[in-house]
Design a protein around this ligand. Sequence first.
Ligand code: HXC
Ligand code: NAP
Length: 292
Amino acid sequence: MKYNEPMLCNDALEGKNIIVTGGGSGLGKSMTRYFLQLGAKVVITSRNFEKLQLAADELMQETGGEVLPLTCDVRHYEQVEHMLNDAVSQLGFINGLVNNAAGNFISPTERLSARAFDTIIDIVLKGSKNATLALGKYWIKEHVKPARILNIVTTYAWTGSAYVVPSATAKAGVLAMTRSLAVEWAKYGISSNAIAPGPFPTKGAWDRLLPGDLKEKFDPAKKIPLKRVGEHQELANLAAYLMSDYAAYINGEVITIDGGEWLYGAGEFNQLEQIPEAMWDMLEQMIKKKKK
Ligand code: HXC
Ligand code: NAP
């Protein structure tokens, strides 16, 4: 058994129909692949139909599963409703939603136009709200249960982060929505959880967060206690578990999968790991001497 191998039994998502927003690339595509391998049918959505169709063809060929690619800009509620109607009419019912679509880029906040800030808030916060509200209304009206929402946030949803302020602001809102609805909608059989990934290489994220030689200068692996970035299957394993009935009693949780990264950044003395072993004898003597 290896950490980057598929984890669940083969039929763990049999009979589930799941919408993955932003499912045509990056982590959304990796989660979709594994959901298919576990027996789910998956609707992938984004703004770019060509990309979705290519991903759907590739994933169906690879897994033998059923993927329905549907264009939908999550910023617009009517597009989300339209996408949901299409999904229901083609698959019969939907009982899972992964709010994975996102927009992000690094920038000093004072350089941002009001529109640039809005763009990120609209995709991440308003987009997750739109999909959640449309699905929630549908599940409650049609008595579809159990239903599961999984929101992909990030660890700076609670720490905040400089230079990605719109994203941090929006992800914090998504996390608040996750916990709020976990309580409010539990009575309808709808559970709501989140995953907070640390760095998992994707083209979408790396092009916008580590452009040019920033990849080398700020190699994310160096500030992770486990000294490596995440592998997509690790995240897909966690997401599949949280979308499956095995996670029936998990509701309102945010699970961090970051190799210890955010705590490393937070702990007052964590940087002391840079002190070589040989120096500790000297430091110990210095400290003891002061006591005398
Ligand atoms: C400053 C910028 C900018 C930049 C865009 N803008 N990029 N401002 N610096 N680098 C401004 C534009 O000038 C414009 O404002 C406004 O933002 C909207 O830009 P558009 O290109 O018109 O928007 P749109 O076509 O909707 O594209 C949205 C996008 C784009 C977010 C800008 O990057 C995108 O499509 N992203 C989707 C995929 C993505 O971002 N994936 C990464 C997720 S990674 P003005 O005023 O000029 O009109 C992630 C990881 C988090 O979330 C955690 C990592 C550890
Ligand atoms: P990605 O491949 O760029 O994924 C983002 C997806 O969102 C794309 O498929 C994009 O498709 C879609 N999207 C963007 N705007 C949209 C809109 N208005 N409507 C519908 N879809 C839209 O990046 P990723 O790294 O896989 O990110 C996936 C998720 O993981 C995001 O929520 C991100 O915040 C989170 N995350 C990633 C990392 C990481 O290290 N990679 C770390 C923490 C959290 P189109 O462009 O075709 O619309």
